[in-house]
Design a protein around this ligand. Structure first.
Ligand code: FAD
Ligand code: SF4
Ligand code: SF4
Length: 480
């Protein structure tokens, strides 16, 4: 039997990372796979903590120490089954969770020794499970005769679909896009998550009987009221897509684009779609001086996409410093390796140009006193102006929800002051009976792993609701 607690003698390793010069030339994922021997060895570094902080800080509460132990012992099928029992897409989370802020960042052997490579092991056991045919479609033991509609085929909607289908409900997923996956497909670039990984989950759900209705915008082609008529319960998992706008002179110039339009176009191109916006050159960074404004994960994806498109230069302008940026430090490191220049503590003052953007006038910032939330507020430094050349400016300042009550023609849907849907936190139900909500549309822009968690929790609450509905006197009369 493999020994555990090997962290003092075995150094942390990650799967081989491709060299930056090679990465810059294509959109493939940057990490390779662990070999079975390396996965086993890396898993054996775990010290099997009595109180596993890694698990506490995983939004799914994954039983990490146990699946690391099983991996270390070579019991990979059991390791996979355990990992899959709490996570609907371990192969996705293993790739794109910001582990440095979640499980790995809280691994107790971090202090003095590097953490266990939890995400890479999670990816390894799930990829092994797919290769070995251990991953089964979500086939129920029996059909329950009730139907659920899910609006949105992103991580939250897909996690809920899987759980509800396993229970035996007829599940219909409606999405306005032509592919399944939400931001997994059209937001996150291939170098973090190749699209065949998402398509594989889509196929699996379809094989389990989940029905997908693509190119169907709820609020456009079908109303929420119609879905409530057709189905016994509805889940809203529509994400957040309204880009926050930059407020400064010159914002209307040509070649100033919002991040998601830029990334979606690039992803569509990679998928082989006809993309006139890209082919016309407007959303192609080739040969251009690119400035990305923002410091989150979306900004990191934009700078790294621009590098791969062959930009002449790529700069990221962020008003706080490196330590206080919202994006993952690991992503910043990847971007720097690939040749991105970060201009910390700087904010745009105006975009300059003659119809088309030609430059960004910016000023330096310093971090002042902390606000009520404890975060230091950036303040402009007087007389610190400078200019950056730019033929493409990408704004990545975050996202807000669409006006769903308006879009869905349902003014009763209660929203918070940020426009996210208000739910009863325990039941995950909106102000409309039988209409639940999960993912970014409730939390605001968040993470895939939280979307999965919410989708699974919402499915559980929908199940309780549907069971009660099936046992109600009106259901009994209808069945007679
Ligand atoms: P989404 O993934 O947004 O899915 C919502 C779905 O609903 C979409 O398919 C949409 O078409 C559909 N929809 C919307 N409105 C309607 C309608 N009216 N009718 C029908 N369908 C509708 N998270 C990470 O954990 N790691 C990362 O590395 C990471 N990188 C990111 C990079 C970018 C560029 C972005 C934008 C986000 C990133 N995130 C990352 C965040 C993560 O992608 C989201 O938190 C997650 O996808 C939210 O899941 P969701 O299911 O709530 O919504
Ligand atoms: Fe870590 Fe994410 Fe996996 Fe949880 S789901 S163990 S946070 S990589
Ligand atoms: Fe293992 Fe680290 Fe988790 Fe402890 S915190 S159980 S050492 S992975």
């Amino acid at each position: 039997m493999t020994r555990l607690l090997q962290f003092t003698s075995v150094a942390k390793a990650m799967p081989a990372k491709r060299p930056p010069a090679e990465r810059r030339g294509d959109f493939r994922e940057i990490y390779g796979e662990f070999s079975p021997a390396t996965a086993q060895e890396q898993a054996s570094r775990c010290s099997q903590c009595g109180i596993p902080y890694c698990q506490v800080h995983c939004p799914l509460g994954n039983n990490i120490p146990d699946w690391l132990m099983l991996t270390a012992e070579g019991r990979l099928q059991e390791a996979y089954e355990l990992a899959a029992s709490t996570n609907s897409m371990p192969e996705v989370c293993g790739r794109i969770c910001p582990q440095d802020r979640l499980c790995e960042g809280n691994c107790v052997i971090e202090q003095g020794f590097a953490s266990v490579s939890i995400g890479a092991v999670e990816k390894f056991i799930t990829e092994t499970a797919f290769a070995e045919g251990w991953v089964e479609p979500p086939k129920p033991a029996r059909e329950l005769g009730q139907t659920a509609a899910i609006i949105g085929a992103g991580p939250a909607g897909l996690a809920a679909a899987e759980q509800l289908r396993r229970r035996g409900y007829e599940v219909h997923v409606y999405d306005r896009y032509d592919r399944v996956g939400g931001l997994l497909v059209y937001g996150i670039p291939n170098f973090k998550l190749e699209k065949h990984v998402v398509a594989r989950r889509h196929k699996l759900l379809e094989a389990g009987g989940v029905r997908f209705h693509l190119n169907v915008g709820v609020g456009d082609q079908v109303s929420l009221a119609e879905l409530r008529e057709r189905h016994d319960a509805v889940l809203i998992a529509t994400g957040v897509y309204r880009a926050r706008e930059l407020q400064c002179p010159g914002i209307g110039l040509g070649n100033v684009v919002p991040a998601l339009a830029y990334l979606t176009t690039s992803n569509r191109k990679g998928l082989g779609d006809a993309v006139p916006e890209f082919d016309s050159g407007a959303l192609d960074a080739r040969g251009k001086h690119v400035v990305v404004i923002g410091g989150g994960d979306t900004a990191m994806d934009c700078v790294r996409t621009a590098v791969r498109q062959g930009a002449a230069s790529v700069r990221c302008l962020y008003r706080r410093d490196r330590k206080n940026m919202p994006g993952s430090q690991r992503e910043v490191q990847h971007a720097e390796e690939e040749g991105v220049e970060f201009v910390w503590l700087a904010a745009p003052e105006a975009l300059t140009g003659d119809g088309v953007v030609r430059g960004v006038r910016a000023h330096r910032m310093h971090l002042g006193v902390a606000d009520a939330g404890g975060r230091q507020v950036p303040q402009p430094l007087p007389g610190s102006h400078f200019e950056l050349p730019a033929d493409l400016v990408i704004t990545a300042l975050g996202f807000d929800p669409e006006d769903l009550p308006l879009l869905f023609g349902a003014p009763e849907l209660a929203v918070t002051r940020w426009g996210t849907l208000k739910i009863d936190q325990r039941r995950m139900m909106t102000a409309l009976d039988g209409v639940f909500a999960a993912g970014d549309i409730v939390r605001g822009a968040s993470l895939v792993v939280w979307g999965i968690r919410d989708g699974r929790d919402a499915a559980e609450q929908m199940h309780l609701y549907l069971r009660e509905k099936a046992m109600s006197p009106s259901a009994a009369i209808a069945a007679e």
